[in-house]
Design a protein around this ligand. Sequence first.
Ligand code: PGA
Length: 249
Amino acid sequence: MQRPVFAANWKMNHGPSAARAFVAEFTAKWSPHADRTVLLFPPALSVSTVVEALSSRSDIGVGVQNIWTEDRGAFTGENSAPMARDAGARFVLVGHSERRHVFGETDEQAALKCAAAERSQLTPILCVGELLEQRQAGETESVVLRQLKAGLAKLSSAAIGSMAVAYEPVWAIGTGKTATPGDASVVHAEIRKALETRVGAAAGAIPILYGGSVSTGNAAALLAAKNVDGLLVGGASLKVDDWALICGT
Ligand code: PGA
C-alpha cells in the first residue's frame, strides 16, 4: 500500500443508489494520484455497486467493513471473506471499535477474521483503540498492544507485512474530540515497536492509520505526526468535497 493511506469508513450510510452517486461525483473531482492510496469501505450491500462504478479507476480500492470468521455456512445475516472477494472487495476492516463495543466482538474473533481475510486474499486493516476510562486509568498502551497482538496471532508474517493497522481511540470516534498529533504519535510508535517484534524490519512498511473525528481541519496536522501513515475517516468521508480535500492532504 502506497503511503499515505486514506480510508473512508461509511459505516451504515450510502446504500447502492447513494453510493453510486458518491462515486460518480468523487471520481469527477479526484484524479488518480500515484503517491497515495485511497480506499472506500461502503456497507456490504453497496460493495458491488461501488466496485462496478469504479471499474475504470483501479487507483481506488474497495473494502468491506466486516466479515464473519467462517467461509460459509449457517450464519444468518453474515458475509464471508470469499463472498467479499467475489463481490470485488480487496480490503476488510477488522475489529472496528463499533464491532467491539456495540456488537461485543472479542480479540479472538478479530484474530479469526484476520485469518479468514488472509485465506481469501483480502488485506485486513486491524483497528485498535482504548476507551476513555482506559485512557484515564493509564491503560492506553496495554489495551492497544493487547488488541494488536491478539489480532495478529493467526496471520502469517507475509500477511502482516502487507496489511495495515488503524489506531482509533474510542473516545475520539464520532465525538468531535481528536487525539492530538502528539498523542497519536506516541501510540503509533508503540504499535510500530510491537510490529517490529513480530515481523522485524518489515514493520517499517506497514501503514499505521489514525482514526477518530478526522476532519478537513485537522487532517494535515495528524498526517504530519511521526508514524502516522494515513487516516481512517468516518463522518467526514460521507461528503464528497470533504473527502476529496482530505485525500488531497
Ligand atoms: P469518525 O469515525 O471519523 O466519524 O470519528 C472514524 C471511524 O470510526 O472509523
